[in-house]
Write a protein that binds this ligand. Structure first.
Ligand code: FE2
Length: 273
């Protein structure tokens, strides 16, 4: 009996040492916790800010604390699954794709599909939003900045779909000096560009139209650690074959590796998708 108690204490202590926090008791129910937060917000006011900033919004404190705790736990638990990538002059970092998340962190997939979350994002954007197709590895993914120099250079989250592509960025872990630098209105000749920069704390949110926001993540320094979660929503999930090819090649080279991207593609074809 006393041995069992000791074992429990030891395992709890060693977990805390690794993750910095105890494991959440159970995954919260995504719809309920999202609704609990969003009903406290002035959504009409946030929609106006989003529109005024050229389809961009930052909120320092968005997620319910139990959701943030669950995401922190998952981000640390998936460290062995991180796929490293390096594109000289453009990006360096790690990522865990939706396919791995589906297997090992189903709460994240549930949060991505939360009707409450999608409904609220529709109110912000004014667009009808859909989840990305099953073979898109960006639909939800974790991004890791954990070695000196990990970063992403200036870019747009270009939509290869027929419609718009929105990015939701959620802060998960930030023990880093990394910043999201951005420029608003770059695609609107009638409005001067407006530069900005934020450090996204755990539970913070950034939401934008991927074709409109020029942005980057600044390089991590030594002994820094940052994890963010991104969700991608689209207004039209159709993609022309040539664009699909370009998009798959980009994902294979820049993000998730050939094996992961093309295994899913072949699987999809085999299933008649
Ligand atoms: Fe991006």
């Amino acid at each position: 009996m006393s041995t069992q108690v000791e074992e429990h204490v030891v395992s709890q202590a060693s977990f805390q040492q690794v993750s910095g926090a105890p494991a959440p008791a159970a995954a919260p129910e995504a719809d309920r916790v999202v609704a609990g937060r969003t009903r406290q917000f002035d959504t009409a006011g946030l929609h106006k800010s989003f529109a005024d900033q050229g389809a961009f919004l930052y909120m320092e404190d968005f997620l319910a604390p139990e959701v943030t705790a669950q995401l922190v736990h998952s981000a640390r638990a998936l460290l062995d699954e991180v796929n490293r990538n390096y594109l000289p002059g453009h990006k360096q970092g790690g990522s865990v794709s939706r396919h791995t998340i589906d297997r090992l962190a189903p709460f994240i997939a549930e949060l991505y599909r939360s009707k409450e979350l999608i409904g609220w994002l529709e109110q912000l954007s004014g667009d009808k939003l859909m989840v990305s197709p099953a073979d898109d590895p960006h639909a939800y993914a974790l991004y890791y900045y954990m070695r000196p120099g990990d970063h992403i250079g200036w870019h747009y989250d270009t939509s290869y779909y027929d419609g718009r592509r929105y990015t939701l960025l959620l802060g998960v872990i930030d023990e880093s000096s990394c910043r999201l630098d951005y420029e608003l209105h770059t695609r609107n000749p009638d409005v001067p560009d407006v530069p900005g920069s934020v450090q996204i704390p755990p539970g913070g949110l950034v939401f934008f139209d991927g074709d409109k926001l020029r942005h980057r993540i600044t390089p991590a320094a030594a002994n820094e650690f940052r994890v963010s979660l991104t969700f991608e929503y689209v207004t039209d999930p159709n993609m022309r074959p040539w664009r699909r090819f370009i998009s798959n090649m980009k994902d294979a080279i820049a993000y998730f590796g050939f094996r992961q991207v093309f295994r899913q593609m072949i699987k999809g074809k085999g299933a008649g998708a």
